[in-house]
Design a protein around this ligand. Structure first.
Ligand SMILES: CC(C)(COP(=O)(O)OP(=O)(O)OC[C@H]1O[C@@H](n2cnc3c(N)ncnc32)[C@H](O)[C@@H]1OP(=O)(O)O)[C@@H](O)C(=O)NCCC(=O)NCCS
Length: 182
């Protein structure tokens, strides 16, 4: 299930992120000196920001929860929107280390695509993935993203400017794919 974060999620989100520190570190921007991104204050700010960003059409953050009685947070996916002539969203996601390889990221991305090209009315989605992140490349491949090329020193990840492969999916490609599948 994908849903926006709520203020009451802060504790569970913190627990989930703490369990995944090592899993996420190689793929995440380093925290600013002295900052603790996992403090309750920072996480509460993050949830408030995420909820405000929804109302401002800036970023759509979705928690991925499992269909289990306590609805554990098993991942997160976010669409960062650029409107005007671009009508694009940058996609980012992670899935809990203990839930890898069950198709959760692929399923979550599929639902986020439906949100993007349906209610949000976007025209394009873009994902930037490090060449060594093979699992993430499989996820976008499953959803029909097309590889556009290599962007050199594109994002600063874990303290280093890293090359990224750019992948994209346009509305036209998604509709063609859907009519083939459906
Ligand atoms: C990338 C990530 C989101 C994948 O989540 P997931 O729920 O395990 O993804 P899925 O189960 O939907 O698909 C994973 C695919 O990668 C494959 N895979 C996993 N590890 C792999 C590896 N080391 N080498 C090659 N393929 C790998 C799986 O076999 C699967 O492909 P398949 O369906 O063709 O067999 C997860 O590993 C993660 O959170 N990584 C850390 C954060 C991250 O990298 N985020 C993305 C940044 S661009």
């Amino acid at each position: 299930v994908l849903r926006p974060p709520r203020p009451s999620d802060v504790g569970a989100l913190r627990a989930s992120l703490r369990e995944n520190v090592e899993h996420l570190r190689p793929w995440t921007p380093a925290a600013a000196d002295g900052a603790d991104p996992l403090s309750l204050t920072e996480l509460a700010r993050g949830v408030a920001r995420a909820r405000r960003d929804w109302t401002q059409d800036a970023q759509y953050t979705l928690l991925v929860t499992a269909r289990e009685p306590d609805e554990p947070i098993v991942g997160r996916i976010a669409l960062t929107v650029m409107r005007s002539a671009f009508q694009n969203a940058y996609v980012g996601y992670w899935v809990h280390a203990d839930r890898q390889g069950q198709g959760l990221a692929t399923e979550a991305l599929g639902l986020a695509i439906e949100l993007a090209f349906g209610p949000l009315g976007l025209h394009r989605l873009q994902a930037a993935i490090m060449p060594r992140n093979l699992a993430s490349q499989r996820v976008v491949a499953h959803q029909g993203f097309r590889r556009e090329g290599l962007a050199e020193r594109y994002l600063q990840i874990a303290g280093r400017w890293e090359d990224h492969l750019l992948f994209a999916l346009t509305l036209e490609e998604w509709e063609r794919r859907r009519s083939r599948v459906g």
